[in-house]
Design a protein around this ligand. Structure first.
Ligand SMILES: [Zn+2]
Length: 174
């Protein structure tokens, strides 16, 4: 089994600050976001970066859902890319990409952008998927060799989808 890299783990945690099933959002308040950023050593820019981080999260989640045959709004991806354009990175010969603007060196947006760049470059992003169940929306790491896992958990969401398919078939029969 393949484990997610440090960068992919950060993206996973970031995306799952929104829990659709539990109807909770760590980022529903500046304080919640600040606490999360502190836990992940991403600086203390919650107040200034609040809107940008929400836009970035929405765009990443949309991308991870589209890539898993789900339906998402491409405008959310475009908006997130506009946020990323304001957080340029410097590519280093001897290390990971870093936030380019020293004034934003502590900026959480730039650090998450760096993690995403690493995740895309390593190919790990193809294993990051958002569960297409509307009531779930959980972002998970697909550790299967074939990279074909679609649901966050066969036990819950996969079965829910099967039951729905069965029920609609049954209705059609009756
Ligand atoms: Zn799910």
């Amino acid at each position: 089994m393949l484990d997610p890299s440090v960068s992919a783990s950060l993206i996973l945690d970031f995306a799952n600050t929104l829990d659709v099933e539990e109807r909770t959002d760590v980022f529903s308040t500046v304080e919640g976001m600040a606490g999360w950023l502190e836990t992940h050593e991403l600086g203390d820019t919650a107040e200034t970066a609040f809107a940008d981080l929400l836009t970035l999260r929405a765009g990443l989640r949309a991308r991870l859902l589209l890539d898993n045959d789900g339906q998402a709004n491409p405008a959310e991806i475009a908006a997130a890319e506009a946020v990323l354009a304001r957080a340029p990175l410097t590519v280093r010969i001897g290390g990971d990409p870093e936030p380019a603007d020293p004034l934003r060196a502590e900026g959480a947006v730039a650090k998450i952008a760096a993690a995403w760049a690493m995740t895309v470059a390593s190919g790990d992003w193809r294993r990051l998927k958002q569960c297409p169940d509307h009531e779930c929306g959980w972002v998970f790491w697909d550790a299967t060799r074939s990279r074909t896992r679609r649901w966050c958990s066969m036990r819950v969401c996969g079965n829910r989808a099967k039951v729905r398919a069965y029920t609609s078939r049954h209705r059609t029969d009756a």
